[in-house]
Design a protein around this ligand. Structure first.
Ligand SMILES: Nc1nc2c(ncn2[C@@H]2O[C@H](COP(=O)(O)O[C@H]3[C@@H](O)[C@H](n4cnc5c(=O)[nH]c(N)nc54)O[C@@H]3COP(=O)(O)O)[C@@H](O)[C@H]2O)c(=O)[nH]1
Length: 538
């Protein structure tokens, strides 16, 4: 993913991270309010049902008591008994005695009135007939519910059945299991309660033979929603803030140079350019230095001095070196196999010189190819040789395989001449900074001569880096410096161009001797003896 896509995806994620928790909090608050109001409404319906069941139980007891009485019907004692039961049983308005289709007497006294012989609306489970719309014969007024068993009935004021303390606009209804409405709270109608109303919440509770219904306007939810939002919204906003911070942190991490470099390593976004190395005395091209470049997906090329330090710091330089080694064999394998006088110098990091990790990697890259180890030179800066014991082991192992080893950027680090003398190196590359001073009358220009003398004393091949002028080349040739590279000859170029450059050079001035020799003499003494894998005889 390129930078722009990462930024676009990060922005999209940040928006989602900011909005989603808040929307979720609002939805949870809505659900919480809905649940709370439904629970409240269910509670009201349960209370109404309990109250109705209590009333019916009381009425059934009264009916049972009256049927068991042996008092003479409508006698004073009989009427007094009905009055006492009416007074002592909550919810009951009247107890009546019916015989021969006439209400003979009731808790009000002797009546003797014809009773409408309408069939009961339903019969309860315990055999009591229930008439829901009864106009009392004695106490004229509101319609009552009449419960009748045998010769007795009791009248109940329906509103009392659902008389639960609740909000004013909560409406309650009670109906039998056959759907027959028995009672509704004040202001509510059975018909209205039986219909669906989208602006109202409804709760139903089923009892044994009865069902209580409670309804309230949805606008009640507003208060409950406000209460839920009060604690859920801050949590949602806090979560959103944490998520947005996390997305920002992730995207910054992903956009960090290190993350980009790690991705480049994973996607193998590196290309190798080759800067020709020339024999100064003859102008023969003897090989090239492999120099890595990072080619980003958008095509831009990143210079190694911009990412190699970070790669070294993070350890990513090792997989980069591996990719360079593989690229060299892949791109120049044919040239190297066809012409043994060509060598390619590969830059190693300090860690690889210390550990020797790179050697089996090179073995594997060369395996199955016709490229000889002698054609791969290994370069490392002075930093790589700071731990002389481990460096010595790696150099010896490399040389035993046939590679030549050079110290790169010589003079810019903290080389100790003592360990330099004791390391079995093949070549020394003089840093461009010293070549730049040649002919400039600078104080450091005299140092260049001393470096050349010292390298010669150690019997090392000398390679001068960054030759830009003919005067520099002339000076170096006069001082018998072996090889040179720099813009005077050529800049680093892709493999194909280098192959063409080499072939052209070879056609003009010929090639050097083979770097692969039949019997390779050992390094008699570090820094002193004959050089084993020299590309050209000294
Ligand atoms: N560990 C690894 N380091 C690597 C690898 N590839 C390169 N590098 C190191 O990166 C540094 C910068 O390299 P680069 O930008 O490629 O520059 C090289 C030459 O292009 C440049 N050069 C050569 N001749 C001239 C010249 O005449 N003038 C001029 N201004 N510049 C010139 O010098 C660099 C060569 O450096 P050196 O390696 O010291 O020979 C650099 O330190 C590379 O080492 C890699 O694969 N691994």
């Amino acid at each position: 993913m390129n930078r722009h896509r990462v930024i676009a995806v990060s922005i999209a994620l940040a928006v989602v991270a900011a909005v989603l928790p808040v929307v979720l909090a609002a939805w949870l608050a809505w659900q919480g309010a809905l649940n709370a109001e439904n629970a409240r409404l269910t509670n009201v319906a349960e209370l109404a049902l309990a109250r109705a069941e209590r009333s019916f139980r009381g009425a059934a007891q009264v009916l049972g008591t009256m049927q068991a009485t042996t008092l003479a019907p409508c006698s004073e004692a009989h009427i007094a008994h009905m009055q006492a039961l009416t007074a002592n049983t909550p919810f009951i308005e009247e107890v009546g005695y019916i015989a021969g289709g006439m209400l003979r007497c009731s808790s009000w006294g002797v009546v003797q009135t014809q009773v409408n012989a309408t069939p009961a609306d339903f019969r309860s489970a315990d055999g009591i007939d229930v008439h829901t719309q009864v106009q009392p014969l004695v106490a004229q007024g509101s319609t009552m519910v009449a419960l009748q068993q045998g010769d007795y009935n009791v009248l109940i004021l329906p509103a009392r059945l659902v008389d639960v303390i609740t909000d004013r606009d909560v409406q309650i209804g009670l109906r039998a299991s056959n759907g027959q409405w028995i009672a509704t709270s004040a202001g509510a109608s059975a018909q209205w309660l039986g219909e669906a109303h989208p602006d109202w919440l409804q709760a139903q509770v089923q009892g044994e033979g009865w069902q209580a219904v409670a309804m309230q306007p949805r606008e009640h939810l507003r208060g409950a929603l406000g209460r839920e939002l009060l604690w859920l919204l801050p949590i949602g906003m806090l979560t959103a803030a944490v998520l947005v911070a996390w997305v920002v942190w992730l995207s910054r991490k992903r956009l960090s140079p290190l993350a980009e470099l790690a991705l480049a390593v994973r996607h193998e976004e590196f290309v190798v350019h080759y800067q020709p190395i020339m024999q100064l005395a003859t102008g023969v091209c003897v090989g090239a230095e492999a120099l890595v470049r990072w080619q980003r997906p958008d095509g831009t090329m990143v210079r190694p001095d911009l990412f190699i330090p970070l790669a070294e710091e993070s350890g990513l330089v090792q997989p980069i070196t591996d990719q360079v080694v593989r690229a060299v064999v892949r791109e120049l394998g044919t040239l190297l196999a066809a012409d043994r006088s060509v060598h390619i110098a590969v830059n190693l990091c300090a860690e690889d010189i210390k550990s020797g990790r790179i050697l089996p990697v090179i073995d594997q890259a060369l395996h199955g190819t016709d490229v000889r180890p002698e054609q791969l030179w290994l370069e490392a800066t002075e930093r790589g040789f700071m731990a002389p014991d481990s460096a010595r082991q790696t150099i010896e192992a490399a040389r035993a395989r046939g590679h030549s080893v050079a110290i790169d950027d010589f003079g810019t680090g903290f080389s100790s001449l003592q360990y330099l003398q004791n390391l079995p190196l093949d070549a020394l590359k003089i840093d461009k900074a010293f070549i730049d001073t040649l002919g400039a009358e600078a104080a450091t220009s005299s140092v260049t001569g001393h470096i050349i003398d010292m390298a010669r004393a150690l019997n090392l091949f000398i390679v001068a880096e960054g030759i830009e002028t003919q005067a520099q080349a002339d000076y170096l040739r006069a001082r018998q410096v072996d090889f040179g590279q720099g813009w005077l000859y050529a800049k680093a170029m892709p493999a194909e161009q280098f192959t063409a450059f080499y072939q052209h050079c070879k056609a003009q001035v010929g090639s050097g001797p083979a770097v692969v020799q039949v019997a390779r003499p050992g390094h008699a003494q570090a820094g002193g003896g004959p050089l084993p894998s020299a590309p050209l005889a000294k």
